[in-house]
Design a protein around this ligand. Structure first.
Ligand SMILES: Cc1ncc(COP(=O)(O)O)c(C=O)c1O
Length: 387
């Protein structure tokens, strides 16, 4: 088969920055990998064992397209108990992780040419997901000077008669920041005034160390205009199980279900059982895991403070640090490359998360403190971090 069989759209695709760095990384065997958001922390063994047991008992067939009813009921119970958020069964759909949930929701909402405002730096796949759904991403840059918070006035300035929605990701990847109460209240005003929908990406909800996490949809005026995307990947250390869920008005869920009939019909049944057990055990599972991530990011933060030409905001949430490397005088890509070649430490250039990520690298604390120590010991030896 000739390469030309590829659709024009995919024929001349440039390699992504992440793929480029990944390819470079293959050349070394002594790397400390702080790149992808996939921590070494294992899924709790009780969850794995209970899911295994369920598989042996016959949970090996398609579930309902919207998900295992037992899991959906548990999701409702969890949201009610934790946040006082009352959701009906018809408003919950289990998905193959948050990525799949976000795409189904975008595809259900967007008409050709509809604009979606995306605060930057952003989770890289959003742009392609919006485009695949026929929409147009419109970037709203945030700055370190403003603590990477959303500026509501700047948001409003981007609204046109084509704007349909805004994606709000808090706690945030890649910055590790939580949007403040004031910022969210200002955002709420704009969203209502401009009649927008919110795609609330809350996949790091349990990993908020500084403030108690509160889902955006619990705000009275936002409930009816928010589509919440959640996941078991990060909050339960279950990235490979590929399971998440969406909470949205029932007609959105109905549409998502229809779209998904042409994609994968339902999320994997065994992963859904694992998610059910994880939810039931969340009080046992999460505190230890969250504490571990908190220790890691705090350790990394302390080390960064002692290294020349690196600085970072104090950690608030997630396991990411968005590190300012502007004083090296080099670009993000150059710094990442040097870190890999000279220190065998793999981190992602900030530009992978949008143009305003130039001058930053994202460090994901996906390894334990001993390995983080080795990583920072190596970085501290580099010339660019010693001038
Ligand atoms: C902000 C954000 N949203 C969504 C996802 C995707 O999560 P999932 O593994 O559930 O597809 C990630 C994964 O890194 C993420 O960082």
């Amino acid at each position: 088969m000739k390469r030309e069989v590829l659709a024009e759209e995919y024929l001349d695709q440039e390699q992504t920055i992440i793929a480029e760095i990944g390819a470079l990384a293959q050349q070394y065997d002594d790397i400390i990998n702080l790149s992808l958001g996939d921590p070494d922390y294992p899924t709790n063994s009780q969850v794995t064992e209970a899911a295994f047991q369920d598989a042996q008992e016959g949970y090996t067939r398609y579930t309902a397209a919207v998900g295992d009813p037992e899991l959906r009921r548990e999701i409702i119970k969890y949201n009610q108990k934790e946040f006082g958020y009352e959701v009906d069964l018809s408003q919950v759909m289990v998905t193959v992780g948050a990525c799949h949930g976000m795409f189904l929701a975008l595809e259900s909402i967007l008409d050709e040419g509809d604009e979606v405002i995306v605060p930057a730096p952003y989770f890289t796949p959003y742009l392609e997901q919006i485009r695949l759904a026929g929409g147009k991403p419109v970037i709203l840059e945030t700055t370190e000077d403003e603590g990477f918070q959303i500026n509501a006035e700047s948001l409003q300035a981007l609204v046109t008669d084509k704007t349909k929605a805004v994606i709000i990701n808090t706690p945030n990847n890649p910055t590790g920041v939580c949007f403040s109460e004031e910022v969210l209240t200002d955002l709420e005003e704009v969203v209502i005034e401009e009649d927008l929908i919110i795609f609330a990406d809350e996949v790091y909800g349990a990993l908020s160390f500084k403030h108690d996490f509160v889902p955006l949809a619990t705000r009275d005026r936002l409930q009816d205009r928010t589509i919440t995307v959640a996941s078991f990947s990060k909050d339960y250390a279950m990235t490979g199980w590929r399971v998440g869920y969406v909470i949205a008005p029932d007609f959105v869920i109905d549409s998502m279900q229809r779209v998904n009939e042409g994609i994968c019909y339902a999320a994997p049944s065994i992963s859904q059982r694992a998610a059910l057990h994880a939810l039931r055990l969340h009080k046992e599972i999460q505190p230890l895991m969250v504490d571990e991530y908190k220790k890691r990011v705090n350790y990394a933060y302390q080390r960064i403070k002692t290294i020349s030409n690196m600085s970072v905001l104090p950690p608030e949430a997630t396991f990411y640090l968005f590190v300012n490397i502007k004083d090296t005088g080099l670009s993000s890509a150059e710094v990442s490359k040097k870190m890999l070649e000279e220190a065998r430490v793999l981190a992602i250039p900030g530009t992978a998360f949008g143009e305003c990520g130039e001058g930053y690298i994202r460090i994901a604390c996906t390894v334990d403190k001993d390995k983080l120590k080795s990583a920072f010991d190596r970085l501290a030896e580099m010339k660019i971090f010693n001038q």
